[in-house]
Write a protein that binds this ligand. Sequence first.
Ligand SMILES: [Cu+2]
Length: 323
Amino acid sequence: MMNVSEILHKILGFMMPDRAAVNAHLVDDLYYFVFILSIVGLVGLMGVMVFFIVRYHRSQNDKSAYIPHNALAETIWTVVPTIIFVGIAVWGLIAFYEAEKKDPNALEIKVTGKQWMWEFGYKKGNLEANITDVMYVPINTPVHLDMTSTDVLHSFFVPSFRIKRDTVPGMRTKLNFTATKLGDFQIFCAEFCGTAHSKMRGIVRVVSKKRFQRWLNREIKEANISDPVELGSRLFARKGCTSCHSVESNTIIGPGLKGLWGAKREFADGSSITAADAEYIRESILMPNAKVVKGYPAKMNSFAGQLTEKEIDYLIEYIKTLK
Ligand SMILES: [Cu+2]
């Protein structure tokens, strides 16, 4: 059996975004009611007006009746709208408090708005992971958002969940939702926040509970790697070293780095060093043209400013292991 809310959504849902959260109907029910009321008001008012134009046209009633006022009519048109409008306000309040209820077992996600992106913080035990742009949530699971912003006012808005709230620097604001559909749903920033405001979008990706756990475990692990060799190996791929350097002995554009650590190097200008050490690798990354390896083009650009000192250390630790 469909209830009134579902029937209305069947008929009028075409004008709303996808509905994909438990409490979304709270907003829709109220909206549909106001919408229908507006149509009744519009048609009623226009109808009466047209009727009066015809019925009381001068050609039919040369002289109008003298009616100074009508206590009954005035009472009705004051009391009835008052009841309706106060009713709408109370209804809105009830819906608001219903949506504000936090489930004690809700999954908590920290949301940070910053010019011009969304960052999502997850926790598992005492480990954390920060993810940007795509917020993963498990389906049919209450989620509690603990939100703030680092610079200016932003507003976290997911039309399909019917949730929207400002994120404010120096303040924490909250939102709750329970997603009921798998898939990707748009996040917008609904508060003008600077030049790239319109590009400040994100996605809520609703996945199965199992997939969510797998994803979270991976992200938490990824975010908490402390092994310098592992970090170096990731940087080596992420910073594009792999497009010119093999970790074997073959040449891509630059020399293969296998066996580099401690090896003798000869340079294009005839000079040489007896053993490649950390200082040499550091220099190769920051000032590649200071010593150009013999037989290779000076095709490497400096990575100065693109890598922190720490990251360079990680790369060195990784290159050390290429034996
Ligand atoms: Cu914004």
